[in-house]
Ligand binder design. Structure first.
Ligand code: EPZ
Length: 418
């Protein structure tokens, strides 16, 4: 086990490079199983979820090797269609491999996926979509067992715009016979990135970013070299950290368009934000004013993955805020921890009612999930005094070199083993 020790109160100044997007790299890694050629993915972030996805691909028989920060996957050696419980349980995106594995082997056996404990996280929409493409599915002993003679295109209407279900269906449909239509598809930038990647491999996918995605099945896919998009959630986390601590930071390799909902809220709070090509500069030197409300929504609404971080920000603003978490049932586990730091928050069902206090006071807190853990780190950096954030393995799942980047802009944070 490891923890962070943070001495709060420093303003943040400097420039940080945004990592490649975790939630883009993960489905793209799943897509590498669809070809027998080599695929190179540039600048894969140094995060546990990516490492676990590499373990899963290796477990299927793929040859996987890092060349510096780039990852080369040779799917021609893939020979297994099963993902064991120990690995599948490590991360949510193991379930994305269902579409790829069934496309390659016509059979698949995957234990129920893991991932952040932020809600029920069903996979019914994934399975319903795959069934429409001709997959027979049974669930037993905690495994999802699939088989099909042939994958064929069909029209699929998603009950809700699930990111993972959209991606899983795209992967299964890429080489299906005929055309697949996904209606009420997720619109996240990572979905568009997966479309770009699949088309780079010779697929025929269009419409990503809108509510309807059309996939014309092709016979085979070839290898390619690909740079996924920047991580909009890491970028948003750093901007919120600077808003809370004060100072002036520049993000390099950032895409402002992909976090426009956050930028709008931060400007409403009173932050000065300048955009310059792939740079975002945020400046703040005073106590901010609360935004009245934040409601998480599917893209392009406010991202649920930044809810914990903006909740922490609202805790030390002037005024009151209501934060509504519409996507996940239990994504307020950071609230009791923020209370230990002096926050004044009441959670009723899906709403967190925040009354701003002058400042956080340092405390020992526990990370319960990836984004909640990151929010506690930003609170510790802004707090008066010393904080400890325990169980930071949750944070390592999605933030590469987190403490190094924060120290490079003035944060007083160290990682220690316990
Ligand atoms: C992806 O998770 C992301 N993970 C999550 O990021 C993100 O919070 C989420 O999308 C929403 O944006 C990855 O991309 C690896 P969903 P996913 O399916 O695909 C319901 C992070 O911090 N639903 O869009 O699991 C579900 O219960 C992680 O980086 C069903 O009902 O999310 C939820 O209410 C956390 N049935 C809603 O849809 C299903 O079959 C959105 O979930 C699938 C989902």
């Amino acid at each position: 086990m490891e923890k962070y020790i943070i001495n709060g109160g420093n303003k943040l100044y400097g420039s940080v490079e945004v990592q490649t997007a975790k939630n883009s790299v993960l489905p793209i890694l799943a897509a590498t199983v669809l070809t027998d050629d080599k695929v190179k993915i540039f600048n894969v972030p140094n995060i546990t979820d990516a490492k676990n996805m590499v373990k899963i691909l290796s477990g299927l028989g793929c040859r996987v090797a890092f060349e510096g920060n780039d990852l080369v996957v040779d799917g021609s050696f893939a020979e297994k269609d099963e993902i064991p419980r120990a690995l599948a349980h490590e991360l949510r995106s193991s379930v994305f491999l269902l579409g790829s594995i069934i496309s390659r082997f016509r059979t698949a056996k995957i234990a129920y996926p893991g991932g952040c404990d932020i809600g029920l996280r069903p996979v019914d929409l994934h399975l319903t979509g795959l069934k429409r493409l001709g997959v027979n599915i049974k669930e037993e002993n905690g495994y999802i067992i699939c088989e099909c003679d042939k994958l064929h295109g069909d029209e699929i209407m998603l009950d809700c715009p699930s990111v993972g279900a959209t991606e899983n269906i795209m992967l299964a449909a890429a080489k299906a016979e005929g055309t697949t239509l996904i209606k009420n598809a997720a619109r996240e930038p990572e979905i568009e990135d997966l479309q770009r990647f699949l088309n780079c491999m010779g697929a025929k996918v269009r419409g990503a970013g809108t509510g309807t995605i059309i996939i014309e099945g092709v016979k085979a896919l070839h290898g390619c070299d690909f740079q996924p998009i920047p991580d909009r959630i890491e970028a948003g986390t750093f901007l919120i950290a600077a808003a809370m601590c004060g100072g002036e930071i520049e993000l390099r390799n950032a895409c402002a368009e992909n976090i426009s909902s956050l930028l709008h809220k931060l400007r409403e709070n009173g932050c000065k934000i300048r955009l310059n090509n792939d740079k975002i500069i945020l400046e703040n030197h005073r106590r901010l004013t609360s935004v009245k409300s934040v409601e998480t929504q599917p893209y392009p609404g406010f991202p649920t993955d930044l809810q914990a971080q903006i909740t922490a920000l609202c805790c030390i603003c002037r005024g009151q805020s209501i934060i509504t978490e519409n996507l996940f049932e239990t994504r307020f586990k950071h609230v009791p921890e923020l209370r230990k730091m002096g926050a004044d928050i009441t959670v009723i069902n899906r709403n967190a009612f925040v009354r701003g206090v002058e400042k956080f006071t340092g405390a020992t807190v526990v990370a319960h999930d990836l984004r909640g853990g990151a929010a506690l780190v930003t609170a510790g950096l802004a707090a008066e005094g010393r904080s400890e954030v325990l169980d930071i393995s949750h944070i390592d799942r999605g933030y590469g070199s987190f403490e190094y980047k924060l120290r490079s802009i003035g944060g007083d944070i160290v990682r220690v083993s316990v």
